[in-house]
Design a protein around this ligand. Structure first.
Ligand code: ATP
Ligand code: F6P
Ligand code: MG
Length: 328
C-alpha cells in the first residue's frame, strides 16, 4: 500500500515565469484543503541544499495571484547538478520530513527532478513553468501566454517608429532553443519575417524576401528573431549583413530581454497555474511520481518526465504557413 503523504515541498526553479506565484498558491491551498503540511523551498534546488525551508499555510500565499516572478525565488543551481549536491538535498529533505516535492520549472528543472528520483527514489511531480513553452506533453507552459502578450505590446510600439522612419527593425525575443515565442508573437505583431532555432531558412531567402517587400510597396518592416536562431551569428551582425547587402534599408536592433519574463500574469496563465497546482497535489495523493502534470486539449494530463523533456522542440508547420501568407 502507498504510504500516505504528510508533507509536500514546493519550489520554483530555472527562469522565473509569470504565473509561478499562482501555481505555488494552488499547491499550498490544495495541501490545506487535503490537510497535508506544505513546505516552501526558497531558491529552487539550491534551497534544498542550503536548508532554506519555510512552512506555508493558506494565508501565506494571499495577494500573490496577480504578481509576476516567484515569491519563493528561483535559481539555476550548479550544486544540484553534482551527485554530492543532490545527496545533501536528499539528506535535508529527510531531516525536514518532507516526503514529496512539486517542482515548477522548465526542461532543466525536470531533468534534475528525474535524475534525483532515480538516485533517491523520491516522489516528485513537475509543473511546466517557463516562458519558452518548450515542454512536450502540454499544450502550454505557465508564463508563455503572458510573455507573448508582453512581446506583442512591445513590438506594437516599435512599429510606430519603424513606420515613422521607414526603417527595418530586428527584434530579438527569448528562446534559447525554442521558437514558440518568436513564431506566435511574430504572427500576432504582424512581422515580415520570423527567424527561429528550429529551422535555418538561410540568408538568401531573407534578402529575397526583403527585396520583394520593398517592391510590393512596404516602407517599413519588422523581423522577429528568436535568440537561438542560427541564421545570423548574432542579431547585430545580422543587421550589419542586411545593411551591407541592401543599401536602401536602414536597420535598427531591439533586444527585448528580460522584460519578457516579468509582469503580472495573464488570466490564462493564472487559471492554467491554478489547475496544474491542484493537479500536482492530486497526483501525489494518488501515488504518482516522476511525472509532469500538463494540459492537453483543455484536459489535465500526466506524462513521464523523460517524455516531457525528450527530443528537440517542434514547431507547428501550419503556423509557419500562416506567417508566410499573412506577411505577403
Ligand atoms: N542535468 C541536470 N542534472 C541535475 N540538475 C539539473 C540538470 N539540468 C538542470 N538541472 C537543474 O535544474 C535547474 C533549472 O534548469 P535550467 O536552468 O535549465 O532552467 P529550466 O528549468 O529549463 O527553465 P528555463 O529554461 O525556463 O529557464 C538547473 O539550474 C539545475 O539546478
Ligand atoms: O538570464 P537568464 O536567467 O540566464 O535567462 C535567459 C534564458 O531564460 C529563458 O528565458 C527561459 O526562462 C531562455 O529563453 C533564455 O535564454
Ligand atoms: Mg529550459
Amino acid at each position: 500500500m502507498e504510504q500516505k503523504i504528510k508533507n509536500i515541498g514546493v519550489l520554483t526553479s530555472g527562469g522565473d515565469a509569470p504565473g509561478m506565484n499562482a501555481g505555488i498558491r494552488a499547491v499550498v491551498r490544495a495541501c490545506a484543503y487535503h490537510k497535508i503540511k506544505c513546505t516552501g523551498v526558497f531558491r529552487g534546488y539550491q534551497g534544498l541544499i542550503d536548508n532554506d525551508f519555510e512552512e506555508l499555510n493558506a494565508r501565506s500565499v494571499r495577494n500573490i495571484i496577480n504578481r509576476g516572478g516567484t515569491f519563493l525565488k528561483s535559481a539555476r543551481s550548479r550544486m544540484f547538478m553534482t551527485e554530492k549536491g543532490r545527496a545533501k538535498a536528499y539528506e535535508n529533505l529527510l531531516s525536514q520530513e518532507i516526503d514529496a516535492l512539486v517542482v515548477i520549472g522548465g526542461d532543466g528543472t525536470f531533468t534534475g527532478a528525474t535524475i534525483f528520483n532515480k538516485e533517491h527514489n523520491f516522489p516528485i511531480i513537475g509543473i511546466p513553468g517557463t516562458i519558452d513553452n518548450d515542454i512536450r506533453g502540454t499544450d502550454y507552459t505557465i508564463g508563455y501566454d503572458t510573455a507573448l502578450n508582453t512581446v506583442v505590446e512591445a513590438i506594437d510600439k516599435i512599429r510606430d517608429t519603424a513606420n515613422s522612419h521607414n526603417r527595418l527593425f530586428l527584434v530579438e525575443v527569448m528562446g534559447r532553443d525554442a521558437g514558440d515565442i518568436a513564431l506566435n508573437a511574430g504572427i500576432g505583431a504582424g512581422a515580415e519575417e520570423i527567424l527561429i532555432p528550429e529551422e535555418n531558412l538561410g540568408t538568401d531567402r531573407l534578402l529575397e524576401s526583403l527585396k520583394r517587400s520593398r517592391k510590393s510597396g512596404k516602407t517599413s518592416s519588422i523581423i522577429v528573431v528568436a535568440e537561438g536562431d542560427q541564421i545570423g551569428k548574432n542579431i547585430f551582425e545580422l543587421a550589419e549583413f542586411i545593411e551591407t547587402n541592401l543599401e536602401d534599408y536602414e536597420v535598427r536592433v531591439t533586444v527585448l530581454g528580460h522584460i519578457q519574463r516579468g509582469g503580472s500574469p495573464s488570466c490564462y496563465d493564472r487559471v492554467l497555474a491554478s489547475r496544474l497546482g491542484i493537479g500536482a497535489v492530486d497526483a501525489l495523493i494518488d501515488g504518482k511520481k516522476d511525472i509532469m502534470v500538463g494540459i492537453k486539449d483543455k484536459k489535465i494530463t500526466f506524462v513521464p518526465f523523460d517524455l516531457a523533456i525528450s527530443g528537440e522542440n517542434e514547431i507547428d508547420i501550419d503556423l509557419r504557413r500562416v506567417a508566410d501568407i499573412t506577411s505577403i
